[in-house]
Structure formats: structure tokens, C-alpha cells
Design a protein around this ligand. Structure first.
Ligand SMILES: *Cc1c(COP(=O)(O)O)cnc(C)c1O
Length: 379
């Protein structure tokens, strides 16, 4: 079976790991952590980055650093991985779930504006959602499958309502937006280095951005808010740092960024062409504003067809095909979360088919997937 997304460890990973063991630098201080943070900053055009133990802890750290407090609401598109919503919950806040736009599968800027205009008011200098009476403290935009949301439009509305924007850029390293790097698109952005992402540390994450003092604050919180070498702490911090062992793998992965990203784009081109040759089928979104990092590629089925009906056909042809993120409002822990209308993400969820997208996939395997698209979906 050709797998959906597996690590590609053909570079310097083993050598750098051995170096960690030989030098005894295995924990959260070490030269590879520094190199890893520099590499993330370079790839995202950021002034700095903070390595974290996962994308989820990075999101929790970023939301905490920008001031999300217990009881708050944080605006989130419902089409996302549950970790985005969980990071909000870990702050003691709740997601306010909005829909995505059908063109990009990312937070719909028009709906965002309409929801904020119709459902919020300013009370005692704070933006409050009228129904719940809760403070709205941030927007968490999600770069679906590695494709940036329309950040200029989202940022313009956010600015009018005084809301900071954080980006869940979990799988988006290497993407660009209107010719710009990721680093400046949000107050803080967060990448994941989980095993199924384009670049992996086994597990890991990184918070990046353009505000040196905000990044320093996040770094401080990530290391138990320790002041100096003695056991003196000035806040309730976290132990969210990445280890040198994990960072060494991440450094080796990021060395291969141009090769990995080019391969992801080739995979997308092949599946997109195969899908578009079949009436009613299409590839994943490619809005003019963004150059995606193409974490996952696959096919969007036409209305009336469902992913669950085609998965078995792919499996029979040796191709792992899967459903994509079940929207957050359909998940048990978030059934009661405040939300707007969510028809677009529910419809998309039923029709998105994700297909093998590992950077290690061979040309022959891509041909096999293309053949399966023709066989399973063309008939
Ligand atoms: C992978 C992913 C995460 C979680 O990252 P982890 O490193 O697994 O904690 C969060 N959000 C999105 C959109 C993701 O794709």
C-alpha cells in the first residue's frame, strides 16, 4: 500500500542524531536547537523562532503569549485539525467556529466580517460576543493543507476590531502569500514537525514571527518562565521546549527544503491533472494569492459523491486514500461551541479525498496513484 504521508529520512538525520549522543547534548539546550530555530526563521522570513515540543504546544504557547485568557472566545475555522481547537481550550478559552470559503478552504474573510459586525459589541473597552457575553480575544487562521489563508483580508477586518491574528501554519513551511514569506502574515505563526508533515523532528513545533519581544516572551513561557540560573520563576510557564535530539532531525530535514517542496508541488500537479481530466472532479484549491506548500494533495469529488464510497476502490489498487479533517463542530468535545453557519466545511469534508503525498514517493508510485484516480473516479 502506498502510504498517505510518511517521513523521508534520507539526509543527515542519522549522522546528526549520533552527534547528539556523542557530545551528550540530548536535552533542550544544544547547538541543534539553535540551528533549528535559525533554519525556521530563514525559511519563513522571520526575525526569530521558538522551538516547541509539538505544533499543539506551540499553538498553546502562541495564544497564551498574545494574551488569550480563560473564558475568552477565539475565532477559528471549523475545518481544521482538532489540535487547533484544543490549543484554544488549553487556554481555558473556547473556539468560536466560522466557515471556510469554498475557493480556498480557509477562513472566509467575508463571513468573518459579517459575524463580527452582527454578533459583537464593545463593552467597557472590550470586544464581546453578544450571545455569550464572552470577550473575543484573537483570530486563529489555519493554513489548510499548507495553503495560507487570505491574510490581508483577514488582517484588515481583525485590525478594525482590534483583534490579533495567530496563524496555524502547521503544514505550511515553504508556502508564500502574495509573494511574501510566512513570517509577517500574523502576529505569531506556528509550524508542526509531526511525523506526517513535510518536515519532521519525530515530534516538534516552532513559533515564529516578526516581533522580537513577543517571541522572547513566548520563549520565556516555554521554559518554565525561569529568571536566570537559580530556581526563580515569574509566571506559570510551561515545559514546551524541543530537545536537541529532535532538533537535530529537524535540521537535517530543513536542509532538504527545496527538494521536499519541489516534490510536493510535482505530486500536486500530477493528481490535479488526473482529477481535472474527469468531468466534475478537481484538485485542491490554488487561489491566486498563495503558493501552497502542498502538504497533502488529492481530489475534490463533485457534489453528490462521497469520499467514504471511494476509499475502498483506492485501497484495492494499493493506494491509501483517506478522508480529511472532520469539522470541529461535529466533534464531541466541541458540539456546544458557539458557531456561525458551517455548510461549506461540512460539504467539503464529505467530498475531499486525500492521496499519497510523501516526499519519498517514487515516480512509478505517482503513476500508480494517477491510474487509480482514473479507474476509481473516472467510471
Ligand atoms: C499537524 C497539525 C497540528 C498539530 O501539530 P502537532 O505537531 O501534531 O501537535 C495542528 N494544526 C494543524 C492544522 C495540523 O495540520
Amino acid at each position: 500500500m502506498i502510504p498517505l504521508a510518511v517521513p523521508n529520512l534520507a539526509g543527515n538525520e542519522a549522522r546528526y542524531l549520533a552527534d547528539c549522543v556523542e557530545t551528550n547534548f540530548v536535552s533542550s539546550v544544544g547547538p541543534y536547537v539553535d540551528k533549528f530555530e535559525s533554519a525556521v526563521s530563514d525559511l519563513t522570513g522571520s526575525v526569530g523562532s521558538v522551538a516547541t515540543s509539538s505544533g499543539t504546544t506551540g499553538l498553546h504557547l502562541a495564544l497564551t503569549a498574545i494574551g488569550v485568557l480563560p473564558g475568552d472566545l477565539v475565532i477559528l475555522p471549523s475545518l481544521t485539525f482538532i489540535a487547533s481547537a484544543n490549543a484554544i481550550s488549553h487556554c481555558g478559552a473556547s473556539p468560536w467556529l466560522l466557515d471556510v470559503s469554498p475557493e480556498s478552504w480557509t477562513l472566509d474573510p467575508d463571513r468573518l466580517r459579517r459575524e463580527l459586525e452582527s454578533s459583537t459589541e464593545v463593552r467597557n473597552g472590550q470586544l464581546v460576543q453578544r450571545d455569550t457575553g464572552r470577550r473575543v480575544s484573537a483570530i486563529l487562521a489555519v493554513y489548510t493543507m499548507g495553503m495560507p489563508a487570505d491574510m490581508d483580508a483577514i488582517g484588515a477586518t481583525a485590525g478594525e476590531f482590534g483583534l490579533p491574528v495567530v496563524a496555524d501554519a502547521a503544514a505550511a513551511l515553504g508556502a508564500r502569500y502574495r509573494g511574501r514569506d510566512l513570517g509577517g502574515l500574523a502576529r505569531l505563526s506556528v509550524a508542526s514537525f509531526n511525523g506526517n508533515k513535510t518536515f519532521t523532528c519525530g515530534g516538534g513545533g516552532a513559533v515564529f514571527g516578526m516581533d522580537q519581544s513577543l517571541l522572547a516572551h513566548a520563549r520565556h513561557l516555554s521554559t518554565t518562565a525561569r529568571r536566570g540560573a537559580d530556581y526563580d520563576h515569574d509566571a506559570v510557564g510551561f515545559n514546551y521546549r524541543l530537545t536537541n535530539l529532535q532538533a537535530s532531525v529537524g535540521v537535517a530535514q530543513l536542509e532538504q527544503a527545496p527538494v521536499f517542496l519541489a516534490r510536493k508541488a510535482e505530486i500536486d500537479r500530477a493528481y490535479r491533472a488526473a482529477a481535472e481530466a474527469i468531468p466534475g472532479m478537481s484538485g485542491f484549491p490554488a487561489p491566486a494569492w498563495a503558493a501552497s506548500a502542498y502538504w497533502l494533495s488529492g481530489v475534490l469529488l463533485p457534489k453528490g459523491r462521497e469520499v467514504r464510497d471511494v476509499v475502498e476502490g483506492f485501497r484495492q489498487r494499493g493506494v491509501e486514500a483517506r478522508t480529511f479533517w472532520k469539522p470541529i463542530h461535529l466533534q464531541e468535545p466541541y458540539a456546544q461551541a458557539p458557531h456561525g453557519t458551517l455548510d461549506v466545511c461540512e460539504d467539503l469534508w464529505r467530498r475531499i479525498v486525500t492521496l499519497p503525498s510523501s516526499t519519498s514517493i517514487t515516480d512509478a508510485e505517482i503513476e500508480q496513484v494517477v491510474g487509480a484516480i482514473e479507474d476509481v473516479l473516472g467510471s
